[in-house]
Design a protein around this ligand. Sequence first.
Ligand code: GZL
Length: 328
Amino acid sequence: MKGFNRARTGLAGAVATFTILALAACGSSGDGGDAGDGGEGGDDLIRVGFSQLGAESGWRTANTESVKASLSEENGFDLTFVDAQQKQENQIKALRDFIAQDVDVIAFSPVIETGWDEVLQEIKDSGIPVVLVDRTVDTTVDDPYVTWIGADFKAEGTTAGEWVKENAPDAKIFELQGTLGSGAQVDREEGFGEVVGDQIIGKASGNFTRAEGKTAVEAALQAYPDMTMIFTHNDDMGLGAIEAIEAAGKKPGVDIQIVSVDGVRDGLQALVDKKFNYVVECNPVFGDQLAELIEKVAAGEDVPKETIVIDKAFDQTITQEEVDARAY
Ligand code: GZL
């Protein structure tokens, strides 16, 4: 059972029971600090244990900076931040440490959807409220968290699919997927597949990293020589794909079009450079909204079950000035 039955909304769709946020790409700069930093604050601070899944992509880096900048001591938080290096066992250990430290609120971005039942039950038994961040969980634990904030991944996949249907209806598509079993991978695959699934000739995971994306595309170019498009679940893997395509003597954006998700600056620069063809944004800068939710949860106030972060989309009409003005 998924922890919640998320109503699917279009990118522009507003859903009554959710708080829809139009987020400015505000220039949040992290307060620095390494994994495991924090935890020495005073009594009146809200003690938060945050397990971040890793530092695998430009998106994650921007998200971490936003979270750290908002959950600062000057804003009333005593943050213990732990980077799990994309390993679920590291996240589970951090969550158990947060229980032992008896923090006020536990927040985490689960690297994959499953495998959390035992630790979520332990947290529930401890009485510490959970705020789910970015990724989603699929668990048998009843009512495992108070609230979730993140993007509508299925809508992102649908938006990418609709652009392909409109602009490349004959494309032969290789799908470069994120971390297998992660909410972002599962839902983007579902949304994209519902629109243009019959155009997909192959799939493989690049685990949301540039290096693994390059390796996956090097193999795909051999396995699917007639591919004309790559749908990549994030910009970082798409940038790795560009390297592989150029090494094979082909032109990214022309011989092999690239449709991507995230909208980090390097991805949008590839759009300006005509090596990407379309980018669906997935906004990582929601630290302020997360801080507001955690404050309310710590005070026992009501919060929406979900807060969906609004995304935009970009094509090759984007200008260099627009890219330069982006905060991440
Ligand atoms: C999406 C986030 C994904 C990004 C990737 O909200 O979970 O994880 O799309 C990141 O860049 O690795």
